[in-house]
Design a protein. Structure first.
Lengths: 107, 213
């Protein structure tokens, strides 16, 4: 049997985790998803990840959180997968085109 | 030619990792569409990083230990009693307080994902979100308690509560012996986050003294 991890660690290990956390909760607060819908979708995402070999020890929790957020946003037509991928490319190019030390902005 | 000029590193900014870009892209799309407000996002992060945590739950438990009318209120309508401190949950989320006693020990889990009483305990620890805890808390609660150093007499009834998006549980641990006359503020020092999830008991006055030395 796997031993339980007992160390706590910080609430968020990296800033993106906090941003993903806030995005989902902002959408729940606005009533765009219900809390029930969110919990079911997150539970299903964790099961899918487990089936695909994720160790599911809690460290990858925010990866599942983000995947759930992307899936629900796509299902509801808020932000489709292609739209997000295109936007990521635009951001990547914006970083590459911005001199070091300057603020990065989309054109 | 890439990576050969000394000045090369200064004419661009290194893009963030793929996962950071995914979040940033989603956020910028949702903001543009008017679905989320950046200030709301910052406020949410600030609230959960700095303002909400087990210190809220400690106040609730210490008052339950010292005020019988409040304790009854927690049993009758925990959401309202907790709201009396200004600790308000999200819409549609009901709090339930479960009390430990000499013959009853309560343990909280979320077998589905990570539902947790945020308003009183903040965000859950990593182990609460892990598969071993989620499955073993139900299959072998005494084994889980032993791993946290908590041993119970064989005749104690262990009750496991599975949290959902609608029902969140707060364990009211047993008030330790030798604390007669203590104020709520003194009692708060004995209450731990883990004791309010139910994996441990509240600290004893001896343990508190030992920890301070």
């Amino acid at each position: 049997m796997t031993a339980l991890k007992q160390e706590d660690g910080p609430a968020f290990c990296e800033p993106w985790q906090a941003q993903a956390f806030a995005l989902a909760n902002a959408l729940i607060d606005k009533g765009i998803f219900t809390a029930e819908e969110w919990a079911q979708a997150l539970g299903a995402e964790i099961k899918r990840a487990q089936a695909a070999g994720d160790p599911d020890t809690g460290e990858t929790y925010y990866n599942h959180w983000l995947a759930t957020l992307e899936r629900l946003c796509a299902d509801k037509g808020l932000a489709l997968g292609d739209e997000v991928a295109d936007r990521a490319e635009e951001w990547r190019n914006a970083y590459l085109a911005t001199p070091h030390g300057q603020p990065v902005a989309l054109k | 030619m890439p990576h050969d000029g000394h000045d090369h590193d200064h004419d661009h900014t290194e893009p963030p990792s793929d996962i950071e870009l995914r979040v940033k892209s989603l956020e910028s799309l949702l903001v543009e569409k008017g679905l989320v407000d950046p200030a709301t996002l910052d406020a949410l992060v600030d609230r959960y990083e700095h303002h909400v945590g087990p210190q809220n739950g400690k106040k609730v438990v210490a008052r339950a230990w010292t005020d019988p009318a409040y304790r009854q209120w927690l049993q009758d309508d925990a959401s309202a009693a907790i709201g009396d401190f200004g600790f308000k949950g999200r819409q549609g989320e009901h709090m339930v307080c479960v009390e430990n006693g000499p013959k009853v020990h309560n343990l909280v889990v979320c077998t589905l994902c990570s539902c947790y009483p945020w308003t009183v305990l903040g965000l859950p620890p990593v182990w609460y979100k892990s598969a071993p805890y989620r499955s073993r808390a139900v299959a072998d609660p005494r084994g889980v308690l032993t791993e946290f150093g908590t041993t119970l007499a064989p005749d104690v009834d262990v009750r496991v509560w599975d949290s959902t998006s609608e029902m969140r549980y707060l364990v009211i641990p047993e008030r330790p012996a030798g604390t007669d006359g203590w104020t709520a503020e003194q009692l708060e020092q004995l209450i731990t986050r883990n004791s309010m999830i139910g994996v441990e008991k509240a600290r004893t006055p001896e343990e508190l003294k030992g920890a301070a030395e």
